[in-house]
Design a protein around this ligand. Structure first.
Ligand code: UDP
Length: 483
């Protein structure tokens, strides 16, 4: 065999091939695709396994963009056609949680897909919501398995430590073994009021998945997370030195997630063009951006309060409203909910849209001076990446625990007295306007946000922590394959 041919064959054999399996909703899909892009940029081959059908149109659009951004010798996409799930058997009506469960119950379809991949897999990286059902599958196939954790390191510490708390009270439910506060070594205490409400609801699907999966974290080969040392130094240290849970695999902080090649193409596909044009006409840091993620519907009784708050705050604004959890179900016009008079006032001062927007691009626009968010982890890191001060209004799930992170490092404020946005009292316009003014005029918040932006750029830049960790990880897989 000629020398060059032998070299080529050996380098082909050493190609790192990764399979990614995301779960439902943009908050899960985005981190998975952004992590996949990181590895693709470093020369890995990727197979993306996409559960079908997807819940929202936004997900199928993003998957299509991702797949068209890379050549087929680098990226292959395969469908995982989900087994039908009888919703009456599952204790949730949330379409995204139903999809989590449908994927969990369809993992038996994976072995033929995974074992037939060529070259053989170096590692399998799947969504955090799929841990326990996938263990027997990946155990038989014998490749290292990692999760893409889709929240903060603080939330990971809470999730992992749950198994320690549960072991101290055998048979008890979180609603009874979680006291006034959860004390985790190395982590600022987490108040019971910040714990995801559904975890405290006995027999909810959320509770079942958390309780089942938390003790199995130690069986993984590693955990990838969208965070970085300057943002969550204490939590990352505590996770990695065994204080949170002994035997936890390496928690590899690959954050901050940066705007990716495949996402850029989305701007032309939605209303971003006209929004960006409007933003171009506004002065620097003068606009308030309001968006509660991809699956948080704003309650009808709260909509008027937000509209009044935005009108009264004195700033221009860009407000993205979702009236339904799933984008496909959006039918009602906002005008019908607000009434003509209020709608007219809203449109005098700002822009309101009910469509999907390219958030990363918007938050990065120089005119945006503050972000009112529900505290979804991706949204928070996107604000940090662009140095935009945050007003967090947690609505559900991990959002209070994540809001505490940005509050503790001084880049955001959190209106604690408002409670859970999806569940508790309706907040009036006056209070909302006051909190927005506080966010927009707080100088120390703006300075801290800029400092954290610099730290984020350093972490994601050439020679930064993200690159160092990616290279180390690829090297580890290459050595494993070579041995
Ligand atoms: N997002 C977007 N456009 C929208 C709504 C959401 O690009 O109109 C993106 C946002 O940038 C983020 C993700 O969807 O990356 C939402 O994730 P997050 O963790 O913030 O919240 P979730 O929607 O999961 O509650």
């Amino acid at each position: 065999m000629a020398m060059n041919e032998a070299k080529l064959l050996s380098s082909e054999a050493m190609v790192v091939h990764l399979a990614f399996l995301p779960s439902a909703g943009l908050g899960h899909l985005n981190p998975c695709l952004r992590t996949a892009e990181l590895f693709l940029r470093h020369g890995c081959r990727v197979t993306l396994i996409t559960p079908k059908p997807t819940v929202s149109t936004a997900e199928s659009n993003l998957i299509a963009l991702f797949c068209s951004a890379f050549p087929s010798h680098q990226l292959t996409q395969l469908d995982l056609n989900l087994s039908p799930l009888d919703p009456t058997q599952v204790n949730t009506t949330d379409p995204f949680w139903l999809q989590f469960e449908a994927i969990r119950r369809s993992v038996h379809l994976l072995p033929p897909i995974l074992s037939s991949l060529s070259p053989p897999l170096s590692a399998f990286i799947h969504d955090v919501t799929l841990i326990s059902p996938l263990l027997p599958v990946t155990g038989t196939l014998c490749f290292p398995t990692y999760i893409c954790f889709t929240s903060s390191a603080r939330m990971l510490a809470f999730f992992a430590h749950l198994s320690v708390l549960a072991a101290r009270s055998p048979g008890a439910k979180p609603c009874s073994f979680i006291g006034d506060a959860v004390e985790i070594p190395g982590i600022a205490p987490i108040a019971r009021s910040s714990v995801p409400p559904l975890l405290l609801e006995p027999d909810s699907l959320f509770e079942r998945i958390f309780m089942e999966d938390s003790p199995n974290l130690t069986k993984l080969s590693g955990i990838f997370i969208n965070s970085f040392e300057e943002l969550e130094e204490d939590a990352l240290a505590a996770l990695n030195d065994g204080r949170v849970v002994p035997g936890l695999p390496p928690v590899v902080a690959l954050g901050p997630s940066v705007p990716c090649k495949f996402e850029k193409a989305s701007s032309s596909k939605n209303c971003s063009g006209s929004i960006m044009k409007w933003l171009d006409e506004q002065s620097a840091e003068s606009v308030v951006y309001v968006c509660f993620g991809n699956k948080t519907e704003t309650r009808k009784e709260q909509i008027k309060g937000i509209a009044n708050g935005l009108i009264e705050c004195g700033y221009k604004f860009l407000w993205v409203v979702k009236l339904k959890k799933v984008d496909k179900e959006e039918e009602e016009e906002l005008e019908g909910v607000l009434g003509n008079e209020l709608m007219r006032k809203v449109e005098e001062k700002g822009i309101v849209v009910k469509t999907w927007v390219d958030q990363m691009e918007i938050v990065g626009h120089p005119a945006v001076g503050g972000f009112v968010t529900h505290g979804g982890w991706n949204s928070l890191v996107e604000a940090v990446w662009h140095g935009v001060p945050i007003l967090s209004w947690p609505h559900n799930g991990d959002q209070k625990i994540c809001s505490e992170v940005v509050q503790m490092c001084g880049v955001g404020i959190w209106a604690e007295e408002w409670g859970w946005g999806s569940l508790e009292t309706v907040v009036n316009g006056e209070e909302i306007a006051k909190a927005i003014k506080e966010m927009m005029s707080n100088v120390s918040l703006r300075i801290k946000a800029k400092e954290m932006k610099d730290a984020a750029r350093k972490a994601a830049g050439i020679g930064g922590s993200c690159e160092v960790k990616i290279k180390r990880q690829i090297e580890e897989w290459t050595v494993e394959e070579g041995s």
